[in-house]
Write a protein that binds this ligand. Structure first.
Ligand code: ADP
Ligand code: MG
Length: 268
């Protein structure tokens, strides 16, 4: 008998229309920042859930100001996601202490992912955004095996050091036949507060030409702004505190461009 195909276990989450992974080969480029702001921006028009799949370094509870919350459990043993700023959030960070290290390997990770997808009462969602850990490992693979992904959004900073790792993530999604929905260039530049001139924080590498050659659209360029970092620390994202800021507006544009890829088929 042939070995079972792990992708055979793939099943929709009832009520959830589009599952979108936010990924990058690299850590620290802003995946969690983009995931959370993208979810918030989409939630202005759609029903949105946000799954923190960074089992080893969950940052969404802190970034969204719901660190101390504990999900309730229904009589059917389903976890009820934490609601914050109009989005439904689930994270390992709600279940374990912030300073505790998770030392799970393959099988336990697969089990945890399964529970986050199947044993959470997500309800009706237009979009479930999944914030992935860096790299191309077990979490990415188990997500792809368990649910049909609408696609992946890639996050990168401008320089080639980041692009090298991004290419590995792109290769993984291509092998798994998961569509690449677009790229977000984060910390793209900074506006000098004194003279409003643009400062290139990181050297601009071949990010644009690389994604052009793959025909993957650029969803946007988010500037570096210390308000974004402060908002993440304080649990009040700039979309909520400074909705008119250039960064918040850019996240809204990114969300609109992304949602436009789905509106024709299933939304509205
Ligand atoms: N555009 C930005 N401007 C300022 N700080 C940012 C920006 N994007 C991310 N950061 C900060 O950089 C750090 C890393 O971002 P994070 O989203 O945690 O990255 P990742 O999830 O890829 O590891 C965080 O402290 C975050 O607040
Ligand atoms: Mg992260």
């Amino acid at each position: 008998m042939a070995a079972p195909n792990p992708f055979d276990q793939q099943a929709q989450i009832p009520g959830v229309k589009h599952i979108i992974a936010v990924s990058s080969g690299k850590g620290g480029v802003g995946k969690s920042t983009v995931s959370s702001h993208l979810a918030l921006a989409l939630s202005k028009k759609y029903k949105v859930g946000l799954l923190d799949a960074d089992i080893y370094g969950p940052s969404l509870p802190r970034m969204l100001g719901c660190l101390k919350q504990k999900p309730a459990i229904t009589p059917e043993q389903k976890l009820i996601p934490i609601e914050r700023y109009g989005i439904k959030i689930m994270s390992i960070g709600f279940l374990i202490d912030e300073a505790a290290a998770v030392v799970w390997r393959g099988p336990m990770l697969f089990k945890a992912m399964d529970q986050f997808l199947r044993d959470v009462q997500w309800g009706e969602l237009d979009f479930l955004i999944v914030d992935l850990p860096p790299g191309t490992g077990d979490v990415q693979l188990s997500l792809a095996q368990k649910v049909p992904l609408a696609g992946a959004v890639i996050v990168s900073t401008p320089q080639n050091i980041s692009l090298i790792d991004v290419k590995k993530a792109v290769d993984m999604f291509q092998r798994l036949q998961i569509p690449l929905l677009g790229v977000v260039e984060n910390m793209s530049y900074m506006i000098n507060p004194v003279n409003q001139e643009r400062i290139q924080l990181f050297p601009k590498g071949e990010l644009d030409s690389y994604f052009d050659s793959l025909k993957v659209p650029k969803l946007g360029e988010v500037p570096f702004n210390s308000q974004v970092g402060l908002g993440c620390e304080a649990g009040i994202p700039v979309i909520e505190s400074f909705p008119q800021s250039a960064e918040a507006q850019e996240f809204m544009q990114i969300a609109n461009k992304l949602a436009a890829q789905f509106t024709k088929s299933n939304l509205n």
